[in-house]
Design a protein around this ligand. Structure first.
Ligand code: DC
Length: 220
């Protein structure tokens, strides 16, 4: 029987648009490796803040980037980032301090290029670990990281609804401010992507819209 193709699925969208829950569910349904690239930028932000480096200190950022090795730990279906051999606890990468600074660090070209090849290498990690594919979420996945992805989705949700979701999670997040800093990347990843407006949809409904064409591609 012919082996199913290895698929790369890119999911971009603004802050709190539902990318993580959607990607995690897809990774379970299709046995894909899940790479949450927002968590990579968050981990790097936490590491830079631990070292006392602020986004305005470009020389400090560059020095820290060359000092930190970046590797991956596969936990279940999740491709976690390790910095200098360690993962950073979720509570720290989701903290108000990291959330407040991450978009500013992510806007620095040196920070983005430090993670470029790393993110692309997750496709090989997924193959090595015998996953059926890779689902990667972020802001520039379909435009910069995997422009030739098999599927490119853009998740949209009304900003008021997104702010409400974050509040419900008990998180302080300036969703609109982060989107402003990420705007150019969001606009680029929107081009040519299949847009899904999840404002009034349940998670299951969003997942269904994405899973249907993937299942059709995987069908013998
Ligand atoms: O998905 P998230 O909200 O956890 O992402 C945190 C920040 O990381 C977001 O404000 C912008 C940045 N980011 C990015 O610039 N590019 C990506 N591919 C993913 C995240």
């Amino acid at each position: 029987m012919p082996r199913s193709p290895f698929l790369i699925v890119a999911i971009d969208g603004g802050a709190a648009s539902g990318k993580s829950s959607t990607s995690r569910t897809l990774s379970e349904r299709f046995h894909f490796l899940h790479a949450d690239t927002g968590s990579y930028y968050r981990a790097l932000t936490a590491e830079l803040l631990r070292r006392g480096v602020m986004p305005t200190d470009l020389p400090g950022v560059k020095t820290a980037l060359t000092a930190v090795t970046v590797t991956t730990r596969v936990t279940g279906r999740n491709a976690e980032i390790e910095l200098a051999g360690h993962t950073i606890p979720d509570a720290e990468i989701r903290s108000a301090e990291v959330t407040a600074h991450v978009a500013s660090f992510a806007a620095i070209p040196e920070v983005r290029s430090a993670l470029l090849d790393y993110q692309r290498s997750q496709a090989d990690t997924a193959r090595r670990h015998d996953f059926n594919g890779l689902v990667m979420e972020g802001r520039d996945i379909g435009s910069k990281i995997f422009p030739d992805a098999d599927f490119r989705f853009f998740l949209f949700a009304d900003p008021v609804e997104r702010a409400r979701r974050r509040e419900q999670q008990g998180l302080h997040d300036q969703v609109a401010r982060r989107d402003t800093l990420d705007r150019q990347r969001l606009e680029e990843s929107l081009q040519g992507a299949t847009v899904i407006d999840g404002t009034h949809l349940t998670l299951a409904e969003v997942v269904d819209k994405i899973a249907t064409p993937i299942a059709a591609r995987l069908a013998p």
